[in-house]
Design a protein around this ligand. Structure first.
Ligand SMILES: C[S@@+](CC[C@H](N)C(=O)[O-])C[C@H]1O[C@@H](n2cnc3c(N)ncnc32)[C@H](O)[C@@H]1O
Length: 302
């Protein structure tokens, strides 16, 4: 077997060359890439070899295995608990409250125009919850008491982040950039052993239903019609055909006048027949007959 070319061995902080604790061959890395791609759609580039090693080495230590070969055999044997840990280890969960703040201004204005109830919103890669809670705060601010007609669904593949989302407990510095009024209105300050932490108020938590959902699964436990879909900063981990298939499945779930929010680097040139830009990475249904504009590829069709 050939060893992964880079970066083992490499210098530690003191400048000495260190060997990896576990052998990690190019074949092991390929196998990891294949497994996570087929299960979660996540495309790991060659550049992720260090990240993959360090995240999975933790798993080997935790379950007392001596080699990646044994670890991969465990996964291929179908160990359900380890599959969950494997997926959790390889997802990237960065998020923040009111990330890409302009989206929430657009959402606020949109919610004010909605007359029908319920208003249904799906956060399709909710991570640790900051996104769905920001949606809930926006709804409260936009609609006041009428927010009772707002239903938010928040899903993610990673069970660990979902648990954090459900708990709604965060280090205080996560809300430092929110203005004082929002901090007071929507969070409770921890005391005693929770000093330095904040908890989302039950009022917001009651607006959101959290559940696990793999965007690659054949069935989604989400039914339309939805007013809004947030699918931000997750499509970037998928290849273009996978992105297209997911968007194609989201389309019939979204009301004809609904909005789709994507992350800042997730342009939909390859899916222009499905959605068209409405400005600042917000999308609406493409008009019938609208076709792909750039980056069009037959390989994108599901
Ligand atoms: C970078 S976070 C984005 C969080 C939030 N949407 C935001 O923009 O701040 C990406 C999330 O996508 C989730 N994810 C990755 N693959 C997924 C899949 N196949 N199905 C559902 N969620 C997935 C990860 O677990 C992670 O929490």
């Amino acid at each position: 077997m050939t060893a992964v070319p880079s970066p083992a061995p490499r210098p530690d902080r003191s400048g000495n060359r260190t060997e990896r604790e576990f052998e990690f061959t190019a074949q092991d890395f390929e196998e990891v890439r294949r497994l996570i791609y087929s299960h979660a759609g996540i495309s790991l580039s060659e550049a992720k070899v260090d990240m993959v090693y360090s995240r999975l080495a933790r798993r080997l230590r935790a379950i007392g295995l001596a080699s990646f070969r044994d670890y991969l055999a465990l996964l291929k044997g179908g160990d359900a608990a380890e599959w969950e840990a494997f997926v959790n280890a390889l997802t990237t969960n960065f998020t923040s409250f009111f990330r890409e703040a302009h989206h929430f201004d657009i959402l606020r204005d949109f919610l004010k125009t909605r007359r029908e109830r319920p208003i249904t919103i799906w956060s399709a890669a909710a991570s640790t919850g900051e996104e769905p809670y920001s949606i809930a705060m926006t709804a409260v601010e936009a609609l006041g008491d009428a927010r009772t007609g707002v239903q938010i669904m928040a899903s993610d593949l990673d069970t660990q982040v979902l648990q954090k989302a459900r708990d709604g407990v965060y280090p205080m510095d996560r809300i430092a950039r929110l203005d004082e009024a929002r901090q007071q209105r929507f969070f409770l300050k921890g005391t005693g052993h929770r000093e330095g932490m904040v908890k989302v108020r039950p009022e917001l938590q009651g607006m959101i239903r959290f559940f696990q959902l793999n965007l690659l699964d054949a069935q989604w436990a989400v039914s339309g019609p939805l007013d809004v879909i947030f699918c931000r900063n997750v499509l970037i981990y998928f290849d273009k055909p996978t992105q297209y298939r997911i968007l194609q499945r989201m389309k019939p779930l979204l009301k004809p006048d609904g909005l789709l929010f994507l992350g800042h680097s997730e342009a939909l040139y390859h899916a222009a027949d499905l959605f068209r830009p409405r400005g600042q990475t917000v999308y609406e249904h493409a008009r019938p007959g609208e076709t792909r504009t750039r980056g069009s590829s037959a390989g994108c069709v599901a």
